[in-house]
Write a protein that binds this ligand. Structure first.
Ligand code: NDP
Length: 333
């Protein structure tokens, strides 16, 4: 079975030299374990953080170890009464064709009519992140004007639908490039789009949201957070979700200037990690499943084929080549 291991800690944007594909011999499952064939692998910005040797909310990857992360697969051998051959499961054992482990490391999923890949995107961690960030952390209220950054990505693509469900009157998003900006308004339910590559983000926010922002859902940090601070209304809220503009930076920028505006405007800024909010998962999956069924939530994906394409998928996602959730398909769904 082939696996992708971390070969070196990247400096700046990762390159193919930082990864190596290894052929490994797997032991058959022991009592209580299962063997799973991966069908889909997830490509997530947080994996870039784990390539760095620093203490964070998850341990860093070791050099020479597999790139761990989300995957969906099918049980092909089982020595556990909890899982049967043919069951679809989601797990976090990462970028490998086959995974062996204790049954508790794998969570059974219902396949239904939807592709199982959605359990890595809209029905999984990224979708729940958008819901938690807007409903609980920022606590969007009816009448709010909401700004979402990296809005064409896995988390951002569902945020417009969520914000409208919570009563937002206008949902504005930022993304890179005119094609993705058009998709945001035409397909993903955003009222207005800002292309931050066409003009500085601060100008984009000023021109596009003249009434000011009530809630900012921050996936980007840096200049985007600074622009939002400048244009947030009094008593506005910020859900600090990610800082993708800084993940490839070797020296972390200091906090954005204009942070003192949080004082004069009485802003509320709160960071969060989605795994602390598992209590909202069932509620989210019910909502999202209904919206997909009635056509009010679109869920584009950017799919790469085969384990050898995982590194390209990862570098592409960090560079903005994706629309929606980035995935690697290993087996037909
Ligand atoms: P995306 O699918 O959104 O992919 C990353 C996107 O980031 C790219 O498509 C690109 O979009 C954008 N981007 C990259 N570099 C820059 C830059 N310099 N400035 C602005 N945008 C940039 O990823 P996800 O949806 O999976 O993740 C989005 C964010 O959510 C990340 O910050 C991630 O770390 C965070 N996250 C946080 C979680 C939590 O628990 N707090 C859980 C899950 C994700 P574009 O072309 O639009 O620039």
């Amino acid at each position: 079975s082939r696996e992708i291991h971390l070969a070196a800690r990247p400096v700046g944007l990762p390159s193919s030299d930082d990864f190596v594909v290894r052929e490994v011999e797997l032991s058959p499952p022991a009592e209580g374990e299962v063997l799973v064939r991966n069908d889909w692998m997830s490509v997530d910005p947080a994996m870039r953080g784990r390539m760095r040797d620093v203490l964070s909310y998850v341990a860093p990857f070791g050099v020479g170890e597999v790139m761990a992360g989300g995957a969906v697969g099918t049980v092909v051998q089982s020595r556990s009464i909890g899982l049967s051959v043919g069951d679809h499961v989601v797990h976090r054992l990462g970028w490998r064709e086959l995974a062996v482990g204790p049954a508790e490391a794998f969570q059974r999923i219902e396949s239904g009519d939807l592709s199982t890949s959605h359990h890595l995107g809209v029905l999984g961690m990224p979708g729940l992140t958008a819901y938690v960030g807007l409903a609980r952390i920022a606590a969007v209220e009816p009448g709010d004007v909401v700004l979402v950054s990296a809005a064409a990505g896995a988390v951002g693509q569902v945020a417009a639908r969520v914000a409208r469900h919570l009563g937002a009157v206008a949902v504005v998003r930022s993304t890179g490039g005119p094609v993705k900006a058009a998709r945001l308004t035409e397909e993903l339910g955003y009222d207005r789009a800002i292309d931050y590559r066409a003009a500085p983000i601060e100008q984009g926010v000023r021109d596009t949201v003249p009434e000011g922002i009530d809630v900012y859902f921050d996936n980007v940090g840096g200049d985007h957070l600074r622009a939002a601070l400048m244009h947030l209304n009094m008593h506005g809220a910020v859900a600090l979700c990610g800082a993708v503009s800084q993940y490839n930076c070797e020296s972390r920028p200091m906090a954005p200037d204009h942070l003192s505006l949080a004082i004069s405007k009485r802003l509320r800024l709160q960071g969060f990690i989605v795994s602390d909010h598992d209590d909202m998962r069932d509620e989210w999956v019910d909502l999202a499943t209904g919206w997909i069924a009635d056509g009010s939530l679109r869920t584009p994906q950017t799919v790469y084929e085969g384990i050898d394409s995982a590194v390209d998928a990862f570098i592409g996602m960090l560079s903005g080549a994706n629309t929606g959730k980035t995935l690697v398909r290993l087996a037909a769904d």
